[in-house]
Design a protein around this ligand. Sequence first.
Ligand SMILES: Cc1ncc(COP(=O)(O)O)c(C=O)c1O
Length: 466
Amino acid sequence: MWSPSLDTIDALKHRAILNALRTDIGDGRLRLGDRLPAARVLATKLGVAVGTVARAYREAAADGLIQSEVGRGTHVLGNAPRRVAEPAFGARSNGLIDLSIDYPLQLLDPDPGPVLDRLARRTDRMELMRYVASEGSPRARVAGVAWAKRYDLAGRAIEAVVLCGGNQHALTVSLACVFGGRGGRIFSEALTYPGFKDATGLFGLQPEPIALDDQGMIPEALDEACREFPLDVPSAVYVVPSLQNPTTAAMSIKRREALARVIERHGLFVIEDDVHRLHADEPGAPIAALVPDKTFFIAGLSKVVSAGLRIAYLFPPRALVNATVRCVLATQWSVPPLMAEIAAEWIDDGTADAVREAKGKEAAERQRIAAELLKNSGTLRSQTQSFYLWLDLPEGWTGDSFALAAARRGIGVLSDSSFRISNDAGERRGARICVAAANSREELRTALTSIATVLEHPPGFSERIV
Ligand SMILES: Cc1ncc(COP(=O)(O)O)c(C=O)c1O
């Protein structure tokens, strides 16, 4: 007779029985067709009410695990709960190959199975389902400091790191810390990550565009803008220095130093979003290392390990750590401790580094494919392991006319207008193509071959935006 081990103590006894059923079916101790004891018999054995067992059986039946039939008793049906199949976020429909979103080679994401198994056996596992301090648990912060070493941010104290729910959350928290309730002035690269625009909108800020070239933000342009606007209000600059999104520009060390001088001269705060740094060719010292007392440095795991973890480690200026923690508290109390723990495990056991390397190699192969297929299609800007490339379009095209023509052939890309923070943000005509978003190299080849064909002929009337 099946006799569940209820060592997975659950405050609700029917749920403990249900969990034991799931585990035993999953582990093969119970097989298809096995007969389960009658509810009354099991209840006596376990010393619980008959209704408790009956409820567990009802819920197991609703999950498709077992089946009860009058006269035949209760039998095991399957080895997995029935699930409603839902399309994943970003799943393709209508044959569209969507290279418009910076999906980080999700097919190479680590399988959470082994780490979840390990966590399931840990005696302290219930701690992972409870409130933790808003800055994150000590163990999660230790992992953050270890991770930061990969970003050339060595020697940071455990107290210097604040856990956030991904880079986007860290960015919003940093903005809240500088501007919340006060307003002020924020500068950024003229073409930038669209989520930045969304976040500044929450604080009623209108970012000022700063010109950029193939080394990213131009320090003299920032200097000029700082002189033009009165900075008697909270002021900051948002910068993506290592692998700029969308242009893939890379800041040299000289450029970083020149920018740091301007930042110091004008007393700006810096929000340094280095989300792609670990796949950049030769990232120089972080600006956070040059202007530590002013910089919020964001090192997130979404692009390097797995986007669904929603974990980023934020290093605010030392004097603002407590204020930053309050902003995390105000926005989501803390990141889910279970996810922070998975991240810590993956950093400790080498999974994070292995996945980073595998994704880097795959991205490099995809960049080679793009260089070959788009060699006559305008000027490509990229770095060896970049997840996307920027295409400066040939004569006759605008970013929008190109994106429209590509969409008509079933390929999604984003034009410069998606990244502009204002209409007068320069003349650059181009588009971002996310090579890492394709489901396979084959799919990427198909998409890029189509794009090359599109670009063979300047747009006809029907492809102009009117
Ligand atoms: C520059 C930049 N910052 C932030 C993000 C968002 O990262 P996360 O998924 O960790 O919130 C992205 C995503 O594409 C990005 O490119």
